[in-house]
Write a protein that binds this ligand. Structure first.
Ligand SMILES: [Mg+2]
Length: 328
């Protein structure tokens, strides 16, 4: 029940029109959008992986940001969580709070959302819309065979610490969007794309099942997110900061030392950080040779708790700034 300035029937019809426009129709959706509930079929032998992310205008993106990019990112961050646990994406539900039923915005948002959804064969199966400050909540569902999920608590001393892709690009992209920094247009475009159109590493998550001992997606910065693995696995780690993968654009736009800080602490990269026991390392290296993103070994899990960073020559490196904290 809504007592104040609810959306009119025509506004709801308009919004429903946009969300009915998805092309995908999965066989495991017995009943999709339009009834009281969706009816969905989980494959036998699979557990259902469920994750939810909320994107708030002004906190997670600027209110005037490109709606297509917002549509992409609001789904991508959820798929990234499914990737981190090794799940195959299947369905999403969407909660949308909008200041007004703005057709241009809705059309752009749906373009970005459904393009990525089709790419990963994800179907929208339900949701709710209300008038209010621009907020997008997506709950994503995926499948992972029982006992095959990549969890945060399996890292053991001696395991290699690895990451996909390059780190720090999105952090620098944010500084560019906030106009804290101006860089050459070519690099700016690349860095903004890394911030606004993250690529969920679904394939990598699936291939790492049974090989990686722990995994997480990097949303708040490598140091902070690796810290979650260390906490849950009750161990520590040593990173060699000179090995952190940094893109040519990042290295062209900031000093080498600033690039390391961004790679360690910049948020929003949505790459995977995972640990690999020595006995599986050769196999993971071979698989990674076929990936469409970089694979880099950046450190090792140790018995002593805490995260230690060093230079290539073994000298200590002190982290200058912790990762992004939403409540800082
Ligand atoms: Mg996550």
């Amino acid at each position: 029940m809504c007592y104040f300035n609810p959306m009119s029937i025509s506004e709801f019809t308009l919004i429903q029109h946009y969300f009915a426009s998805q092309a995908l129709c999965r066989a495991d959706v017995l009943l999709g959008v339009g009834d009281d509930c969706a009816l969905l079929k989980v494959p036998p032998g699979a557990s259902l992986a469920v994750t939810l992310d909320m994107l708030v205008a002004g906190t997670h993106f600027l209110s005037d940001a490109d709606p297509e990019g917002i549509g992409h990112k609001s789904l991508a961050v959820n798929l990234s969580d499914l990737a981190a646990i090794g799940a195959v994406p299947a369905w999403i539900t969407l909660g949308l709070s909008l200041p007004a039923a703005d057709e241009t915005w809705l059309a752009g948002f749906c373009r970005g959302l459904f393009k990525l959804a089709v790419q990963f064969q994800v179907q929208l199966v339900g949701g709710d819309t209300t008038r209010g400050p621009l907020t997008i909540t997506i709950q994503a569902h995926g499948f992972v065979p029982l006992d095959k999920a990549l969890r945060r608590n399996g890292a053991r001393p001696g395991d290699a610490i690895c990451v996909t892709g390059t780190l720090g690009d999105a952090g620098l992209g944010l500084a560019i969007v906030r106009q804290q920094l101006s860089v050459p247009a070519g690099h700016a475009g690349y860095l903004r794309t890394r911030l606004e159109r993250p690529v969920p590493r679904i394939r990598q998550g699936l291939e790492l099942r049974g090989l990686a001992s722990a995994a997480i997606d990097i949303s708040d910065g490598l140091a902070q997110d690796l810290g979650h693995i260390l906490e849950r696995s009750r161990c520590g780690a040593r990173l060699t900061v000179d090995r952190l993968p940094r893109s040519p654009a990042l290295l062209a736009c900031v000093e080498a030392e600033a690039a390391i800080v961004l790679a360690l602490t910049g948020g929003d990269d949505y790459e995977l950080c995972f640990t690999v026991p020595p006995r599986h390392l050769e196999q993971v290296r071979a698989l990674a040779a076929g990936w469409d993103c970089a694979f880099t070994e950046i450190g090792v899990i140790e018995v002593e708790s805490g995260l230690r960073c060093q230079r290539e020559d073994g000298t200590l490196y002190k982290i200058q700034r912790p990762g992004y904290d939403h409540f800082a």
